[in-house]
Write a protein that binds this ligand. Structure first.
Ligand SMILES: [Zn+2]
Length: 255
């Protein structure tokens, strides 16, 4: 039995850059949602070893190590897309990548597109549809086979995140840095409208988002920049009060 992937439970998997026939789309969605592990096997040609320590899976880590699921040398990270990153995904089908090879970190010489590998009962085939454009590769690794792929999950009008899977941990760390430089994230009252500043952030996607996207962004803003963000994004009263409480606490700690 396949082990499901953490942080894939909230929201539907949607490949919004494609317009597939309904039947093909259903196939694609199930392949995408269930089968990151199958994509790893097909694309990276890694055979899963005995599943040693799935219990050691730290789902809050910046970079996840798939050794816990029997795939040594395979890593993934989750990029919560900024507002402009989400737009870029919708329009161009690509993500904020560093200019370095996804397999070894050398300067990128080619940009390859990922074509998802589909598996239906008794039939395996590689879809001609492009799911992710422009994955950087160096000269040595610029054969036709991309060495990284992504599964994008979207809540329309709220947020989108990409789980990027690759075989070079520093590449994923650079992806995270690029993503954090990629502009403002959606506001929490937009991304998770049912959550309040001091509650409703459960141990699912929204807690992960809070720790990995929102708080790193917010804690780096000056008080003036926070005010601008709150106004520009029409913060509800409870979120404005939340910021005042946080700011006062900080002032108290410093004073
Ligand atoms: Zn390379």
């Amino acid at each position: 039995m396949e082990t499901s992937v953490p942080s894939q439970t909230d929201g539907q998997v949607a490949d919004v850059s494609l317009r597939l026939a309904p039947a093909a789309e259903r196939q694609y969605r199930s392949a995408s949602a269930v089968n990151i592990q199958k994509q790893i096997r097909a694309l990276f040609r890694v055979r899963p070893a005995a599943r040693a320590r799935a219990s050691s899976w730290d789902r809050m880590a910046d970079v996840l190590d798939w050794q816990a699921f029997g795939f040594p040398g395979v890593f993934s990270t989750t990029l919560f897309l900024s507002i402009q990153g989400h737009r870029r995904w919708l329009e161009q089908g690509t993500l904020p990548f560093p200019n370095e090879c996804c397999r070894c970190g050398r300067p990128a010489a080619a940009l390859l597109d990922f074509r998802p590998f589909l598996e239906v009962p008794l039939v395996r085939f590689q879809s001609r549809r492009v799911h992710l454009r422009g994955i950087p590769h160096c000269l040595e690794h610029s054969g036709s086979q991309p060495l990284a792929f992504a599964s994008v999950t979207e809540q329309p009008g709220r947020y989108a995140y990409a789980q990027v899977v690759a075989m070079h941990r520093p590449f994923l760390e650079q992806c995270l840095i690029q993503n954090r430089r990629d502009g403002d994230p959606p506001a929490p009252w937009v991304a998770f409208p049912r959550s309040l500043p001091f509650g409703g952030f459960n141990q699912g996607t929204n807690e992960y988002w809070m720790g990995h996207s929102w708080l790193p962004f917010w804690s780096n803003l000056s008080p003036e920049a926070r005010q601008r963000y709150l106004v520009a994004n029409r913060a509800p009263a409870e979120w404005r009060q939340w910021d005042e409480v946080i700011t006062k606490q900080r002032g108290h700690e410093i004073g």
